[in-house]
Design a protein around this ligand. Structure first.
Ligand code: TMP
Length: 210
């Protein structure tokens, strides 16, 4: 594959405002005249959205950690082959709300699935497509869980210490790969956070294109 586009992912723990911030960035880049698409994971295709329903359904209490990991990977394999790879080949900017780092944080650091195995599986299902830039939106776990509302999905329902492990996992991933993963502390005011993201992205896209 000749990758000509730019792949930007957003990551974060529950209630971090990732979807709002990534959508705002999408609108901004579009208005600037970039050819950009927006996706969420798990999701982004009909099949992946169906897998998402299975993954988040609170009735699926007995799902094993390995089955869960494979289902996230299956949803990802589909969206990569159907949407992400073709878009990058055409030179578009792809913004994805979550990607492989979510599996490392939630199933790896959160559930204890072997990190190396997740990386290997990840390379296999994505055909080695990696984000060029990842924005990790950070906020304390308790604050985030409050935002989630009363009807919680299967993952949000997990105990506080699980979500703490997820956040620590993300911070470890960011510490290992500081060039790719940028940690942005969430501000109460969403436009302050968005401004920080835009500043980072604008400078970065200029550099990337040269
Ligand atoms: P969302 O709430 O950001 O849309 O993501 C759906 C949920 O799925 C969220 O609780 C995080 C979780 N998740 C994983 O556990 N592993 C993954 O690989 C991905 C992509 C999401």
């Amino acid at each position: 594959m000749i990758k000509k586009g730019i792949f930007i992912t957003f990551e974060g723990s529950e209630g971090c405002g990732k979807s709002t911030q990534s959508r705002l960035l999408y609108g901004y880049l579009k208005r600037k005249g970039h050819s950009v698409i927006y996706l969420r994971e798990p999701g982004g295709t009909k099949i992946s959205e169906k897998i998402r329903k299975v993954l988040l359904d609170p009735d699926n209490k007995s799902m094993s950690a390995i089955a869960e990991t494979f289902l996230y990977m299956a949803a990802r394999a589909q969206v990569v082959s159907e949407v992400i790879r073709p878009a990058l080949e055409k030179g578009r900017i792809v913004i994805c709300d979550r990607f492989l780092d979510s599996t490392l944080a939630y199933q790896g650091y959160g559930l204890g699935i072997d990190i190396r195995s997740i990386k290997l599986m990840g390379d296999f299902v994505t055909g080695n497509i990696k984000p060029d830039l990842t924005i990790f939106l950070d906020l304390p776990v308790k604050k985030g869980l409050k935002v989630c509302g009363r009807v919680k999905d299967r993952i949000e329902k997990r105990p506080l210490d699980y979500h703490m492990r997820v956040r620590r996992g993300y911070l470890r991933l960011a510490a290992f790969q500081p060039r790719r993963i940028k940690v942005i502390k969430l501000d109460k005011n969403k436009s302050v956070t968005q401004d920080k993201i835009r500043k980072l992205i604008s400078g970065w896209i200029q550099k990337f294109k040269h």
